[in-house]
Design a protein around this ligand. Structure first.
Ligand code: PHE
Length: 448
């Protein structure tokens, strides 16, 4: 995999590994279960799936083909395809979203790093898993150190050019993560009292669905698939003309969605079996998963260490895509050299993350959007506003400005399989996706 300079992906698999690596991360294993728990379970999951299918897959195709056509970063792409117009602002918004997301993403990833070393505590007899979690995130200094360590790893990888190694490792480690999740699922669904969790997760109760929940499902779909901020434009820009964009889009979206669904299946049966609260918030995964491992006896110790190690790697492959988008902009447009861009951006993002971390501890009195703490507010702004807005504008750009004919032609170049872009894609991008996003926005601000 080649991302330094303006190279191409070494192989079809290298590209899928990188793009799926970007998509699969904390969004699937930390945020998806936590959002599902907060917004009522199965009904949220169904709405999420609908958004992935009707809105996000067409947008995935669109970002990739815009990237390949223009051979540029998120901002440069619009400058090439729509010279002299203000469309490049969509890219600028994306870079901004990338900054914001990575700042708190790295804080959460820092928790995962810390948990690699906490198995002694959560495996101890009678351990109170909620307490262990709360204790570890509310202190001031330790979470910042983990946040710094995680950002430092990101900077190291992206500064070196991400082709060196990540692809090789994620090929082995990501399937291993899926394997451990299967172990977790087996233990989780066989706990006594697991049934209530399964029905919470699988039997939709639409009376629990709120307008806020629908907006969150939309934001979660964008967040989990790394869409709406130019990440897939940037990755698409390294694609060769003979690579199959429609098939890749399905692969990436399918893998990402599959892993999120598995994470939910591992977590909800255990949540109910242990009498935990499904709406517990951002701690859900960090409390439930250690509790399941503790219920496994001594082997749980080993699985626990491995799980949080793999979660850290999954978070790392997503975080480097965020840092890559932000840095690629400064490398291409401001002609900074790679190291300078990555270090400066990395340090700024680290500093930006500090309030999110402190907001859970000594600054927990600070509430911003509707009673949300700092981290939650930033996540709301990025995931539920900036990403869907970026996606919406991309639909308008392709459907009504640049033209779906050109998009379809570029998208189908290199497509070999049964799936090609055509009338269905045109209809979704021009009408269904933008109208749906618009309606969800209006509904969530209470227009009707
Ligand atoms: N998709 C990543 C995850 O689920 C997060 C991410 C969002 C990465 C946006 C890049 C861009 O963890």
């Amino acid at each position: 995999m080649e991302i330094k300079g303006r190279g191409n992906w070494g192989s079809q698999f290298g590209f899928i590994a990188a793009a799926a690596g970007s998509a699969v991360g904390l969004g699937n294993i930390w945020k998806f279960p936590y959002m599902t728990g907060r917004y009522g379970g199965a009904a949220f999951v169904l709405v999420y799936l609908l958004f992935v299918l009707l809105i996000c897959i067409p947008i995935m195709n669109s970002e990739l083909l815009v990237g390949r056509k223009s051979q540029k970063n998120a901002v440069g792409a619009f400058k090439v395809l729509a010279p002299g117009s203000p469309w490049f602002i969509v890219g600028v918004m994306g870079i901004l979203a990338g900054f914001i997301i990575l700042s708190y993403y790295s804080v959460i990833a820092g928790w995962a790093v810390a948990f690699i070393f906490k198995s002694g505590a959560y495996m101890a007899a009678g351990a109170d898993h909620a307490n262990i979690f709360v204790g570890s995130i509310t202190s001031s200094v330790a979470p910042l150190i983990w946040h710094a360590i995680f950002m430092f790893m990101c900077i190291g990888i992206v500064a070196a050019g991400i082709e060196k190694g990540i692809e090789k490792y994620s090929k082995i480690l990501m399937p291993l993560l899926v394997l451990i999740m299967l172990v977790l699922i087996i233990r989780s669904v066989t706990l006594s009292g697991a049934g209530a969790g399964l029905s919470f997760y699988l039997k939709p109760d639409f009376s629990k669905l709120t307008a806020e929940g629908v907006l969150a499902a939309l934001g979660q779909a964008f967040f989990s698939l790394s869409l709406g901020m130019g990440c897939m434009i940037t990755y698409g820009s390294y694609l060769k003309k003979d690579q199959d964009i429609p098939a890749n889009s399905y692969w990436i979206a399918g893998t990402d969605t599959g892993i999120a669904l598995l994470a939910g299946l591992a977590i909800f049966p255990a949540v109910f079996a242990f009498g935990l609260e499904p709406g517990a918030g951002p701690g859900l995964t960090f409390i439930t998963v250690p509790a399941v491992f503790a219920a496994m006896g001594p082997v749980g110790h080993f699985f626990g260490i491995l799980f949080f190690f793999l979660l850290t790697i999954a978070a790392l492959t997503s975080a480097i895509s965020l840092l890559e988008v932000v840095s690629a902009y400064f490398i291409d447009e401001s002609k900074w050299d790679r190291k300078k861009a990555v270090w400066i951006m990395g340090i700024i993002i680290f500093l930006l993350g500090i309030p999110s971390s402190l907001g859970l501890g000594i600054w927990s009195g600070v509430k911003i959007l509707g009673g949300r703490d700092i981290l939650d507010s930033l996540d709301f702004i990025a995931s539920n506003i900036l990403l869907p807005l970026g996606g919406f504008l991309l639909c308008i750009f392709i459907g009504w400005y640049w033209g779906t004919d050109k998009a379809i032609e570029e998208g189908n170049t290199g497509a070999k399989g049964a799936i090609t872009l055509g009338g269905g894609y045109r209809f979704l991008i021009k009408y269904v996706a933008p109208v749906a996003i618009f309606i969800v926005f209006l509904k969530s601000i209470g227009v009707f």
